[in-house]
Write a protein that binds this ligand. Structure first.
Ligand SMILES: [Zn+2]
Length: 305
C-alpha cells in the first residue's frame, strides 16, 4: 500500500528532519540534516531530502512543518525567528520543484500545530479533544486544540505561550520584551539558574548532575518546574484543557520537572479544589512528531484545521 505513505518534513532552526510515514504513523525512514543559513539552501536541502526518501518509498503527498508564523491559506511562512523567511511562498516553491518527482500535493503547517496533530492521531493525546501542547526547549512554544480542532487564531500565531508576561519588568527576552515566561520556565532558564562564573551549562549536563544528586541542579529543576506550573495554571484558567502535554528537550527530565510543575499548577489554579485539574504528561512521539504530523496533514487524516 505504498500509495498511502506520505512524506513529512519538519524545518527547525537547527535541523531539518524529513520522514516517510505510513498510514499508521510509523516512520519508515528518516533523514536529518543541519539547517543551512540561506533561504535558497534550506529549500534545496528539503528538495534533496525528499528525493532521497522517494528513491526507497513511493509517496505523492508532502507535508511541511515550519517554525514560525505560517499562513496555511497561502502556503507562506510570513515570519520565522530562526530562518530569514519573510513572506516566503514555501508551499508553491516546493510544489514546483518536486512536481517532476511525483509529488502532487504540498501542505504547510506550523511545527507545533503539526506535532499536536501527530500526538492526537497517534500519540499521547489520542481520544482527547481539549489539549494544550507546550514545548519546553531553549524557549517555550505550543499549540492548542479545542473540541478536536487546532486553534490557530486570526494570524495563525496562537500558541506562542512563551512570551506571555510572567514577571513585569523582569528578565529581558530575545523578542524585545521583558519578563516573558520562557525566561523563567525553559531550557535557557535552567541554564541561567545554574550559572556560576559566567559559564552556561546545557540542559543535558544539568539533568545528569541532578540525577547524580547535585543539590544545585535539583534546585534548578525545582525552580523551573515551579515557574512552568504557575504559567500553566494561567493557561488552564483561560482555556480549561483536559490534557497538557509537555514536549521539547527539557521534558526528558520527566518527574524531576513535572513534580514541581504539577504542585505549583494545582496550588495556583483558581477553584483548584472544585474542578478536575488537567492531566499533565509528556509527549509520546519524540523529535519526529512534527514530521509525522505534517505527513498526516498532507494525507488528510489529521483533525480539521
Ligand atoms: Zn519574549
Amino acid at each position: 500500500m505504498s500509495q498511502r505513505n506520505a512524506i513529512g518534513v519538519d524545518i527547525g532552526g537547527t535541523k531539518i528532519l524529513a520522514a516517510t510515514v505510513d498510514e499508521t504513523g510509523s516512520v519508515l525512514e528518516q533523514i536529518a540534516v543541519a539547517t543551512p543559513h540561506s533561504v535558497e539552501l534550506v529549500q534545496a536541502a528539503v528538495v534533496q531530502s525528499v528525493r532521497t526518501l522517494l528513491t526507497r518509498h513511493e509517496a505523492h503527498d508532502l507535508g511541511v512543518a515550519a517554525a514560525g508564523l505560517v499562513d496555511h491559506h497561502t502556503g507562506r511562512v510570513r515570519f520565522a525567528p530562526h530562518i530569514s523567511w519573510r513572506d516566503e511562498p514555501i508551499r508553491d516553491n516546493l510544489a514546483h520543484a518536486l512536481r517532476g518527482d511525483g509529488i502532487t500535493s504540498v501542505t504547510l503547517e506550523n511545527d507545533a500545530n503539526a506535532a499536536l496533530c501527530a500526538e492526537w492521531r497517534f500519540g499521547a493525546a489520542r481520544g482527547r479533544d481539549h489539549v494544550l501542547l507546550v514545548t519546553v526547549g531553549t524557549g517555550i512554544g505550543g499549540a492548542l486544540m479545542s473540541s478536536g480542532q487546532i486553534m490557530r487564531g486570526t494570524n495563525g500565531m496562537a500558541g506562542e505561550f512563551g512570551h506571555m508576561q510572567y514577571a513585569p519588568d523582569g528578565r529581558p527576552c530575545q523578542c524585545g520584551l521583558r519578563g516573558c515566561w520562557e525566561q523563567y520556565a525553559s531550557g535557557r532558564a535552567l541554564s541561567m539558574q545554574m550559572q556560576s562564573g559566567g559559564e552556561l551549562l546545557t540542559g543535558q549536563a544539568i539533568l545528569r548532575a541532578a540525577n547524580d544528586g547535585d543539590p544545585e541542579a535539583q534546585r534548578a529543576f525545582f525552580m523551573v518546574g515551579q515557574a512552568l506550573g504557575l504559567g500553566l495554571a494561567d493557561l488552564i484558567a483561560a482555556l480549561d484543557p483536559e490534557l497538557i502535554l509537555i514536549g521539547g528537550g527539557v521534558s526528558m527530565a520527566g518527574e524531576l520537572l513535572l513534580g514541581p510543575t504539577r504542585s505549583a499548577m494545582s496550588t495556583r489554579l483558581v477553584g483548584g479544589r472544585h474542578r478536575r485539574v488537567a492531566d499533565l504528561d509528556v509527549v509520546a512521539l519524540g523529535p519526529a512528531a512534527g514530521a509525522i504530523g505534517a505527513a498526516e496533514l498532507a494525507r488528510g487524516g489529521a483533525p480539521s484545521l
